[in-house]
Design a protein around this ligand. Structure first.
Ligand SMILES: Cc1cc2nc3c(=O)[nH]c(=O)nc-3n(C[C@H](O)[C@H](O)[C@H](O)COP(=O)(O)OP(=O)(O)OC[C@H]3O[C@@H](n4cnc5c(N)ncnc54)[C@H](O)[C@@H]3O)c2cc1C
Length: 299
């Protein structure tokens, strides 16, 4: 059976790889760089208090990867940064954002900001992949498995000078099952937080924003969704006061259900929405939030 080295940056990521590994027909060993997961896969614990910068550990990860057929990670900026360097060390092919597996060396993934889907066949012994978890339903086996410590040499290189925790307790956009996003019409940061944040909190979801909202100072930069922001894949994406530009849609097309609230019935967001409400967001979103709070529906 082929062997996967699954590189994880947080304890929850290993659980997302079950469906992917099953489709690839390969057995998984987790290399835990940030937090030890509790899953039924064997775990190699690198023992880092905080994941070191990619350039300092890529050579050590590449050395470890030589015993595997695949090096895999859940798609994220950190994963792409590290795995691209590992691919360089090993001279193995790399395919990012895999959404379907067509064979042991053939993978489908979106390109051109999601405007096209490409299928690539790679050659060579080892293959390096990042995958979008929403495209591969199925969880990892539960329960305890073997855990071993592994020592990864940290080479001289970049040094993190500061790391600030994100404020609040909302889920991370990249992993959230529910996202409520707002656009330019929210006008001020206070209204954005009250209206978009209020609905997100009622649903136990994350908050997202358009670039127009970020550029006008209504929402913070890390909330931007889209081509030049985060690519998200929640079960439910609620877009309030968002026109549906191609750049924004590039970040949300893997969402399972899209709900659009917009007062212009001709807004392009309605072309991709599963459910659309032509209404003023300042009226309907607070109303929706109140209804959900009354019923205490947390997803
Ligand atoms: C190179 C490049 C990269 C980009 N990357 C991104 C990206 O990553 N992410 C991104 O989002 N954008 C990106 N953009 C910007 C993008 O082109 C759009 O300008 C942006 O997405 C529009 O944001 P918006 O929908 O909030 O604003 P608008 O286009 O102003 O749309 C607002 C919408 O809200 C509706 N509306 C107004 N008032 C109300 C109300 N009271 N109730 C309900 N609906 C209302 C309007 O009918 C309209 O449809 C990028 C642009 C470029 C050139």
């Amino acid at each position: 059976m082929a062997k996967i080295l699954l590189v994880t940056f947080g304890p929850q990521e290993a659980g997302l790889a079950g469906g992917f590994a099953t489709q690839l027909g390969a057995e998984v060993t987790v290399l835990a760089l940030g937090g030890v997961p509790s899953v039924g896969f064997p775990v190699l614990d690198a023992g880092f208090a905080e994941v070191p910068p990619s350039d300092t550990i890529s050579a050590a990860v590449a050395e470890l990867a030589k015993g595997y057929d695949y090096v895999v990670a859940v798609s994220s900026l950190a994963a792409k940064d590290l795995l691209a360097r590992v691919a360089g060390h090993l001279d193995w092919p790399l395919v990012n954002d895999v959404t379907a597996i067509h064979g042991s060396h053939e993978f489908q993934h979106p390109v051109a900001a999601g405007a096209a889907v490409e299928t690539v066949r790679v050659s060579g012994y080892g293959v390096i992949l990042t995958f979008r978890p929403a495209a591969f339903p199925g969880t990892a086996p539960a329960g305890e498995s073997t855990k071993e410590s592994v020592s990864l040499a940290v080479a001289p290189g970049s040094r993190r000078t500061e790391a600030a925790a994100r404020s609040g307790s909302r889920p991370d956009l990249a992993q959230a099952k529910v996202i409520v996003s707002g656009g330019r019409p929210l006008q001020t940061a206070e209204k954005f937080e009250q209206i978009i944040g209020g609905l997100a909190d009622a649903l136990g979801g994350a908050v997202g924003a358009t670039r127009a909202a970020v550029d006008s100072g209504i929402a913070s930069n890390e909330l931007q969704v889209g081509q030049t922001g985060k690519i998200v894949a929640p079960d439910l994406y609620i877009a309030a006061g968002i026109s549906g530009s191609t750049q924004h849609l590039a970040g949300i097309k893997d969402s399972k259900v899209i709900v659009a609230i917009n007062k212009d019935p001709g807004a392009p967001i309605f072309e991709v929405a599963d459910f659309g409400l032509v209404a003023d967001l300042f009226e309907v979103v607070p109303e929706l939030t109140a209804q959900i709070q009354q019923r205490a529906v947390a997803l």
